[in-house]
Design a protein around this ligand. Structure first.
Ligand code: G6P
Length: 611
């Protein structure tokens, strides 16, 4: 969370930085700011979105060929103009932006206060900046050297960009835990939290590693470690298209990304799922097939929507591979003392590949000898790089804060993995294996069918938009889908929603049911169908308002539900890939009907790089 951008080169920096910040707004949008050097060091910042900053800057002198900019997701200090980044050192000589958390900032602040420093903001960033400036003064050293000394004291995570009044060419950057990409142009450099602000200028990038410092000038990029030793920058070619990060005629990124799913799921399966030959080609699995087939246990580690993908995968892996699976919240896993041993396989699931809790959990498990397999969307991200092996989801850049197409991409990858491992292990028959391959292959077209006409879902959304609470219920493979449906509604429409196993509802949530409560059943035709129909009856008997996601042609559930959203029939193992789509649309349309910014829901951020 927090997006950072930097530019040094012959162009005007302000437009480059502001455009980049707009691309990174999914990372946080509590405030935005830019610092430029043009004779003097000038800082412009404002509470709110990047557009508010731009409006506030109309008519100002925004010239300068070097600039840094920040879009904030608040950690230390409320969202306000004064807590917005960039921060300026007390001497006025340095300006800095930061993504991350300095955990020992209070102690450093105390030391600086006793030296007579005063602070304009409540942020940990301003403390680190003055600490660097203080070291520079006391040691009579360069900013780079002062930064290096300061970072040795710092506990926490950071990606920082630093510029000085006296140096109209150099941006100094450092990273630990929070991402940083540097784009290499002709006589110019671009810095950003991800590649999206860079893509229109250059395809050559360097991913900076933890504990590295970058000294970036228009025609020079020097990478060093904290020991001041030069590192060789490893240049990667970006495989990303500009069109993929623009709205392409849709009103919101979320809607565009929901509608992209036939294509993204197809891209994910393409070249891997070879129905004609009965093969699943996944290099990451094939190269480590023994570790995977012989795994004593699989631990899925993830957060948010990715955690729900893990829960679905638990059902699929246990069914098809007969390997015990545990699904862990990364934030809990990293702090308790989990039992991890050699022979355990950790499957890390993450859209961004940068979620701090997931990243640290993996580092911990890796130290204990586990094999790490990453299921990641963002190519070259930190989780992708620390994994022993992995499979990308190939969903393309996901900008909407609520995850949609990345989630179905994760499911597609995990289902292919389970099929491949189960078949290699002999825990599924050839017949079932081939049947499920065909079922997976048919998913993109079936998703297309659901998306062909969304007017019924939009109507249902408008009907229930004023509900204050909602319950989402499912069984088996569709239970985690219910959890994800509830999460989506909370995120986008701010309606309190809970997901529950449909039968477990009797042990508490049923007390909430009255004639106002919408109860969304995910009740496609599967081996639990008869059971869930009984649960529907139980809700109806208490006058709850039943909304169902059901299989096409089901005319039993229509008699019991106020409203139904149909999906094509499919094997129950595959069902979550379809049953989740109407729920994404439902929350989207409720959010829109309520007038909310569905791409940037309040308080949330997409890439959570703080713990
Ligand atoms: C945030 C996002 C969610 C996402 C979660 C995990 O909360 O808003 O959409 O599921 O982080 O992120 P990851 O990038 O690790 O999948």
């Amino acid at each position: 969370m927090c997006g950072i951008v930097g530019y040094t080169g012959p162009r005007q920096a302000y437009p480059v930085v502001v455009k980049g910040l707009k691309r990174l707004e999914y990372r946080g949008y509590d405030s935005a700011g830019v610092a430029l050097v043009n004779g003097d060091l000038k800082v412009f910042k404002k509470k709110g979105k990047v557009a508010d900053l731009e409006e506030n800057n109309v008519g100002k002198d925004l010239n300068g060929h070097i600039g840094i900019g920040h879009t904030r997701w608040a950690t230390h200090g409320e969202p306000s103009d004064r807590n917005a980044h960039p921060h300026q050192s007390q001497s006025g000589e340095l300006a800095m932006i930061h993504n991350g958390i300095i955990e020992n900032y209070a102690q450093i602040k105390q030391e600086l206060l006793s030296k007579g420093y005063t602070f304009k903001s409540d942020t940990d960033t301003e403390v680190l900046l003055n600490f660097i400036d203080d070291i520079k003064k006391n040691n009579n050293c360069s900013v780079e050297e002062a930064l290096r000394i300061a970072l040795k004291r710092v506990v926490g995570a950071y990606c920082i960009l630093l510029i000085s009044k006296d140096d109209p060419e150099t941006i100094i950057a450092a990273r630990k835990g929070s991402p940083l990409v540097i784009g290499i142009g002709k006589g110019e450099h671009f810095l950003a939290s991800d590649a999206s602000p860079i893509i229109e200028y250059t395809k050559e990038v360097v991913y900076v590693n933890d504990y590295e410092i970058a000294i970036v000038r228009p025609d020079e990029l020097i990478l060093k470690n904290l020991g001041n030793e030069k590192q060789t920058p490893y240049i990667t070619k970006l495989d990303m298209e500009l069109a993929k990060i623009e709205k392409g005629g849709y009103e919101h990124f979320m809607l565009k990304e929901i509608h992209e799913q036939p294509e993204t799921i197809h891209d994910c399966l393409r070249g891997r799922l070879q129905v004609e030959t009965g093969e699943i080609k996944m290099g990451g699995i094939q190269n480590h097939i023994d570790a995977l087939v012989n795994a004593d246990r699989i631990l899925m580690v993830a957060c948010g929507t990715s955690w729900h993908a893990g829960l679905i995968a638990e059902y699929v892996f246990e069914e098809l591979c007969r390997i015990p699976v545990e699904v862990e919240y990364a934030s809990e896993f990293r702090y308790r003392n989990p039992v991890v041993k050699k022979g355990d396989v950790i499957i890390a699931i993450s859209q961004s590949g940068e979620t701090a809790d997931t990243l640290v959990a993996l580092e911990k498990a890796k130290e204990q000898g586990a094999f790490i397999f990453g299921v990641v969307n963002v190519v070259g991200s930190s989780i992708a790089r620390i994994s022993h092996a992995g499979a990308y989801t190939h969903a393309g850049p996901e900008i909407g804060v609520a995850s949609t197409k990345a989630f179905t991409g994760q499911l597609a990858v995990l289902m292919m993995m389970a099929l491949k491992i189960g078949y290699a292990k002999g825990t599924i028959s050839k017949e079932r294996y081939l049947h499920l391959m065909n079922e997976l292959d048919a998913v993109p077209d079936k998703v297309k069918q659901i998306l062909a006409d969304t007017s019924n879902i939009e109507r249902i959304a408008n009907k229930y938009k004023d509900a204050t609470d909602a319950l989402f219920l499912g069984r088996g493979y569709n239970f985690p889908v219910a959890l994800e449906g509830a999460l989506k509604l909370k995120e986008i429409s701010y309606i309190h929603a809970e997901g529950y196993p449909a039968a477990e509802m009797k042990h508490g949530p049923i007390a909430l049911v009255d004639e106002n409560l919408p109860v969304v059943f995910v009740a496609t035709k599967d081996s639990y169908y008869e059971k869930i129909i009984s649960n529907v009856q139980e809700i109806k008997a208490r006058k709850g308002r039943v909304v169902a996601v059901a299989s096409e042609g089901d005319n039993v559930i229509t008699t019991m539900s106020e409203d139904v959203m149909f999906v094509p029939e499919c094997d129950e193992v595959i069902a979550p890939l379809l049953s989740t789509i109407p729920l994404q649309l439902l929350s989207y349309y409720v959010g829109v009907a309520k007038g909310y910014n569905v791409d940037m829901p309040r308080n949330l951020a997409k890439s959570v790089t703080v713990e």
